[in-house]
Design a binder for this molecule. Structure first.
Ligand code: KG4
Ligand code: ZN
Length: 373
């Protein structure tokens, strides 16, 4: 967490928070209400993808992303406040993603949020993007910690024990690529374009997952860490051998990739569940949460749902549009921390790297900058 303003206990009351998200290639603003007893409601949720601006380059270009946030963030914030049907005096705080992510974009969102908070006499919160993904189920279904979360985005693949809001223990991480990155690179190899995850999922829908045999990385290993670089390399080798690919080849490869990714995730997560079960023993039914952009994938959701059911766990997963980047999750993480008496100073910095568990050993996939954060 950033250098904190001292936490002061606040009386239980309703709060309405404006959230701003600019860590990568989505410009987003949202207004969320948190009731005095901790339930959440989205009052507005505006997301604008910049993808068309990055398409010619085949990946997110940091400077183009920052410039695009500057161009549209004001209008998006105005739209979010208007659609929420509130005026500025109804807000308690402004929250913005402060990291991890692309520094230029983070600075645009942070400076905007700080200016709005100062101008309207509101509190300011610097939100960790990973924390926002991890806490989204509190907003969507009132799920409270403790739980185990499998967080899968463009730059991260981690299993974290969410002990309480603000306290996270990393159980596992990828030792090379993030899963979202592997989806995106596979899409590029197969000529499907970006964003890669949804494109691979669409192509996989008509494919035969058993025609090509891809590796299941880390299968059976004692530690629950992930690895996806070998999977991507295996796809590259097949593509080189089978070129030119027919539409059926592409569909079959996508289906095989998705199945291998899902099975690897299932195996690693089963290990982590075994490790964490004693730490969740106090809860009625232990909960596995999945979050981040890759959690929008239906095949992966189904695999983890089956795993949870067969293990006597409950699976919690936000609706797909709240798995991918959005500002409602940022507003909610801000509201959760504000309700606990927290606010941040106006000199809170942008943090390109910002691991959620500061005690965990640094690892490649635990906060590095990828094509997405
Ligand atoms: O959380 P997110 O929107 O942004 C980051 O914080 O990185 O995650 C983006 C990642 C991208 O790699 C994207 O290809 C992947 O999530 N993704 C998907 C799906 N939708 C988005 N991967 C697989 N299947 C999907 N349906
Ligand atoms: Zn994200």
């Amino acid at each position: 967490m950033p250098a904190d303003c001292p936490d002061t206990p606040l009386p239980a009351r309703e709060r309405i928070v404006l959230g701003i998200e600019t860590s990568c290639d989505e410009t987003a603003a949202a207004v969320v209400l948190r009731t005095a007893d901790g339930r959440g409601r989205i009052l507005s949720n505006v997301v604008r993808s910049q993808w068309e601006k990055h398409r010619p380059y085949g990946g997110v270009v940091p400077e183009i992303a920052a410039r695009a946030h500057v161009e549209c963030l004001d209008a998006i914030v105005r739209q979010a406040v208007l659609e929420a049907g509130i005026d500025w005096s109804g807000l308690s705080a402004v929250a913005a993603t402060a990291g991890p992510g692309l520094a230029g974009g983070l600075i645009v969102g942070l400076v905007t949020a700080k200016t709005l908070a100062l101008a309207h006499g509101l509190d300011f919160l610097a939100v960790n993007h990973l924390e926002a993904h991890a806490l989204t189920v509190g907003l969507t279904e009132g799920r409270a910690p403790p739980y185990l979360v499998l967080l899968m985005s463009g730059g991260h693949t981690q299993l974290l024990l969410v002990e309480e809001v603000g306290r996270y223990a990393r159980i596992a991480t990828t030792i090379d690529d993030a899963l979202g990155e592997a989806f995106d690179k596979t899409a590029t190899l197969l000529g499907l374009g970006q964003p890669g995850g949804p494109a691979v999922e669409r192509a996989a829908a008509t494919g035969n997952p058993h025609r090509f045999r891809l590796p299941r990385p880390m299968l059976g290993r004692d530690d629950p860490n992930f690895s996806f670089a070998g999977l991507k390399t295996a796809v590259r080798t097949i593509v080189a051998a089978a070129a030119p690919l027919t539409a059926t080849d592409v569909a079959d490869l996508c289906a095989a990739f998705q199945l291998a990714a899902a099975e690897s995730l299932g195996d690693r997560t089963r290990r982590a569940m075994a490790t964490c079960a004693p730490r969740l023993a106090g809860t009625e039914t232990p909960t596995l949460v999945i979050a981040g952009g890759v959690a929008a994938n239906q095949a992966i959701r189904q695999t983890l749902d089956r795993l949870a059911q067969s293990s006597g766990w409950r699976l919690s997963v936000p609706p797909a549009p709240l798995c991918t980047d959005n500002a409602a999750m940022v507003a909610w993480a801000g509201a959760e921390r504000h309700a606990r008496g927290h606010r941040d100073p106006f000199d809170a910095p942008a943090r390109a790297r910002w691991p959620l568990d500061p005690a965990a050993k640094p690892a490649l996939g635990s906060g590095r900058l990828g094509p997405k954060a």
